[in-house]
Design a protein around this ligand. Structure first.
Ligand SMILES: Cc1ncc(COP(=O)(O)O)c(C=O)c1O
Length: 389
């Protein structure tokens, strides 16, 4: 038999799936996989049901329904003061993941270099490679996740086609500040490169921090493609509704990829998301405020048990150093151990690095119901001993 594609077949089952299966087998509270619980806005569920019963069931425009494209443009103006043409600069996709793939397939020529920042969301690298791109990896290191400016600059060459920038960032919880963004913008201009801006966590940002889209910085309007996700903004990850915003010259090749990958996205879900994006400030503030409270509850509980908990200002993940608990194995062993022995699942941070060498951090998702967080903390405290013991 002829071999299948070597790039994609070289990857195993994702750790998220592995840990979720293990969690299910052992009845563990699953704080591993990053999906939210108990935050789905009822108004969107009603809007989707209405749209299914009363709306069209057929292919909508491949660029997305006019209502959703308009809502994405209005949202960009409302939150970031960005003027976006809904007819020429917005495309709806089947989730942020499809938007990422479309951008990479639409922009990369074989041999182009792509700068990526580790720890890395797992879909980036396989698609960059499948598109023929050559990855140039730059590492952020715990516990402060600071951008190493010299190493970052050294990753750019004449062959750099694009950077993928994720802010707020999974799994670190880092939010790039305006100085870092200005530094990045300078490099993109100097090396004539584009930036695929993965901003799916744009509304999951805490402690009064503000999300700053790179596309809004001087000179960046023609270089950036900004990706958003209703899955994250409305805690509806199974819906897989995403959107890309970019100038027409960049959006066109990306739309070609979309045309041949999914072509379109369910019209009824698009209608509900269009209504959702127009929600009042109370919705957006409530989302961030509610998640911040869950973050604080989990962070305090884990710290009381003895974890060293790293700061998190965005996304819904807490990174913890488990060495103070006295565990002697690596992070994969630790996560399997607490799943099977304590009944709480987490994800090892080493899987977000190609070298797999950051070995004593575990990632916990705090976008879970209060009951689940309480139960996880009770189980961990029971297993590791009472706080301070
Ligand atoms: C950094 C990052 N980008 C993109 C996505 C995918 O978004 P979607 O669920 O809309 O495909 C995720 C989902 O976890 C993510 O963490």
């Amino acid at each position: 038999m002829k071999p299948v594609n070597s790039v994609l077949s070289s990857y195993g089952t994702t750790i998220f799936e592995v840990m979720s299966r293990l969690a299910a087998e052992h009845g563990a509270v699953n704080l591993g996989q990053g999906f939210p619980e108990g935050l789905e806005p009822p108004a969107l569920l009603q809007a989707a049901s209405r749209a299914i019963l009363e709306g069209s069931q057929q292919y909508p425009s491949m660029m997305g329904t006019p209502a959703l494209r308009r809502a994405v443009a209005d949202h960009a103006m409302r939150f970031y003061g960005l003027a976006v043409d809904p007819d020429r600069e917005v495309m709806v996709t089947s989730g942020g993941t499809e938007a990422l793939a479309d951008c990479l397939f639409g922009l990369i020529e074989p041999g182009d270099e792509v700068v990526l920042i580790e720890p890395l969301y797992d879909s980036y690298l396989p698609i960059v490679r499948r598109a023929g791109g050559v990855a140039r990896l730059v590492r952020l290191e715990p516990p402060d996740w600071r951008l190493p400016r010299a190493a970052f600059e050294a990753a750019f060459t004449e062959k750099t086609k694009l950077l993928i920038l994720n802010t707020p960032m999974n799994p670190t919880g880092k939010v790039f500040d305006v100085e870092e963004l200005a530094f990045i913008a300078g490099l993109l201009e100097r090396f004539d490169a584009y930036c695929v801006c993965d901003e799916v966590y744009e509304h999951l940002i805490y402690d009064g921090r503000r999300h700053i889209p790179l596309i809004g910085l001087p000179g960046m309007r023609e270089r950036c493609l900004r990706i958003g996700s209703a899955g994250k903004t409305f805690s509806l990850t199974g819906w897989k509704v995403g959107y890309v915003t970019a100038c027409p010259a960049l959006l066109q090749p990306v739309a070609k990829a979309h045309q041949y990958i999914t072509f379109t996205t369910p019209p009824n879900l698009q209608q509900a998301v269009a209504e959702g994006l127009g929600s009042g400030d109370a919705y957006y503030q409530g989302l961030a405020g509610g998640l911040q409270a869950r973050r604080d509850k989990l962070a305090k509980g884990l710290a009381d048990i003895g974890f060293s908990v790293l700061p998190c200002v965005g996304s819904y993940f807490l990174t913890t150093d488990f060495r103070p608990l006295g565990f002697r194995g690596d992070d994969v062993e630790f996560c399997k151990h607490i799943t099977t022995q304590a009944g709480v699942a987490a994800v090892p941070v080493s899987v977000f690095y190609q070298a797999g060498d950051v070995r004593h951090y575990a990632r916990f998702c705090f976008a879970k119901k209060d009951d689940a967080i309480d139960e996880a903390l009770i189980r961990l405290a029971r297993y590791f001993g009472p706080p301070g013991a």
